[in-house]
Write a protein that binds this ligand. Sequence first.
Ligand code: BGC
Length: 255
Amino acid sequence: MKLSGKTVLVTGSSQGIGQAIALRMAQEGADVVVNYHSHPGEADDVKAQIEGLGRRAVAIGADLGSVSSVNQLIADGVTAFGKLDILVNNAGVEKNAAFWDVTEKDYDFVLNTNLKGPFFATQAFVKYLQGRKSPGKIINISSVHEDLPFPHFTAYCASKGGLKMMTRNLSIELAPLGITINNIAPGAIETPINTALLHDPAKLNALLQNIPLQRLGQPGDISSAVAFLASPEADYITGTTLVIDGGLTWNYSEQ
Ligand code: BGC
C-alpha cells in the first residue's frame, strides 16, 4: 500500500473520477475526506465504502466558489483526522454553449468551481502545512483541454488553462516548503459529466474515432495515476501534467 498513514481530501468525490480517487486512496491505506456539493447521499455512500475497506472517512459539503466555504472545508478536513497530507483538487463542471451565448452566471459557475476553488483550497492547505512545517502533495484534476481547444466550452478551457499555469507557478513557489503540485489531464472518461455525450451515438462514435486506443477512459485509469503522484514514488515530480487520454491529444491523420 502506497499511502499508509496518510490523510487525503478529494474535492468533488461523491461521483465520477473523484469517487474513484477517494476509493483508490483508501485502498492504498489512506483515510479520506470526501467532499460534495450537490450529492450528499452519494457522498455518504462513498464514505460507507471507504469504511468497508477498513479506513476512516468523513463526508463534508462545501461550495468551492466561496472562499470562506473552502477555508472551512480544509479546516474541517484537518479536524476530522487530526492532519491532512494530500489535497486532490478534483471537482469540475462544464457548460456547453456558443461563445456569444455564455451568461455571467454560467461563466462564474465554471470558473469558480474549476479555478477559484482549487486556488483557495490550495492556499488554505499550504497555510496549514506551513504552520505544521510539513511537506505535502497537491494533485489537480485538469483536462486535455488545459491545452487542447474545445469549441463551445471556452470558459471550461480557460479554467483548465488557468489550472495548468497555477500548477507551474506553484511548483516553484512551494518547492522550498517541500510541497509538490501536479496536474492530471484526463481525456474522455466515462463519468456523469459526459452523460449527454454517452447517450448520443453519433457524437460518441465521432469522439471514439479520435482516440487511438479506441475506448473511453474509465475513472480507474485516472485514480491509479493519482495514487502514484500522491505516493513517495513521485517525490521528484512537480509542476508537470500527466496526460491520460488514450492518445487523443496528439492524434492527427490525413485520410
Ligand atoms: C470533458 C469532456 C470531453 C473530454 C474530451 C473532458 O475534459 O469534460 O466533456 O469529452 O474532455 O474532449
